[in-house]
Design a protein around this ligand. Structure first.
Ligand code: 3NM
Length: 232
């Protein structure tokens, strides 16, 4: 056929892996990921980890250069002091350099990040997925967890994807054999259903960082999730 005559290098670039994968990223441990706040500073990390949060992400979208590196370094130092799982969003090179527990990557970054380096340094890898295509690619690298979103509408990030709802989380649960994190428009009214749907982690930005009393809210969220997990 005509298509068969197109030399490989002339085919439009589809961002699909050219080499077969043989990755297997480290596990996040036996305790459930639980409440998973996503925050933009080391200061937030200190505030939340001192309450007993065990999984957290630094998503420092507004920092660059030295300020960014300093923030990452201090976030890692704080997380080590509390012995918690800190995932650095995007900046996988800095995460390796400063010995982070893990990195969280979106689909675009998964194309460009050096997964061999991440694996060699034993960083955990969390991946965002929004559709089957992204999920297939994510699962092929055996990440430490997969995030499914947006569960509900979010004002935090422009999303071309339709919200998946709790049903989407249940469906992803059937396809994913590693821990599953739910993200996007979540608040406490969703915790029970998310736990029943099989989410291991519940990631949120606004519900925590925009709360009037972030400490009290976080404490309450952790309590609700703990009892929801015990009931399921
Ligand atoms: N990633 P909030 S949704 C950072 O679906 C992010 O991959 C998403 O913020 C995804 O809790 C999202 O304020 C924003 O809705 C989550």
């Amino acid at each position: 056929t005509e298509a068969a005559q197109i030399p490989l290098e002339k085919l439009p670039s589809v961002h699909f892996p050219s080499q077969p994968y043989h990755f297997n990223f480290p596990s996040c441990g036996d305790s459930p990921l639980g409440l998973y706040p996503v925050v933009d500073s080391a200061e937030w990390i200190e505030r939340l980890l001192s309450l007993g949060v065990t999984t957290i992400q630094l998503r420092a979208k507004n920092l660059k250069g030295e300020a960014l590196e300093r923030e990452i370094q201090s976030a890692i130092a704080i997380a080590e002091r509390f012995n918690t799982r800190l995932f650095i969003n995007d900046y996988w090179e800095l995460a390796i350099k400063h010995g982070a527990y893990g990195v969280h990557l979106g689909y675009e970054d998964l194309q460009t990040a050096d997964l061999h380096q991440l694996e060699k340094h034993q960083l955990r890898l969390g991946l965002s997925t929004h559709c089957h295509y992204e999920l297939a690619h994510a699962l092929s690298v055996k990440p430490s967890y997969v995030a499914s979103g947006p569960v509900f509408h979010t004002n935090t990030k422009d999303m071309p994807w339709r919200p998946q709802g709790i049903d989407g989380v249940s469906y992803w649960r059937k396809l994913v054999d590693c821990p599953l994190v739910a993200i996007g428009g979540l608040n406490e009214s969703h915790f029970k259903a998310l736990c029943e749907a099989g989410a291991d982690g519940i990631a949120m930005i606004t519900a925590i960082t925009h709360a009037k009393d972030a400490e009290g809210t976080t404490q309450r969220f952790m309590d609700i999730i703990k009892s929801a997990v015990n009931e399921t």
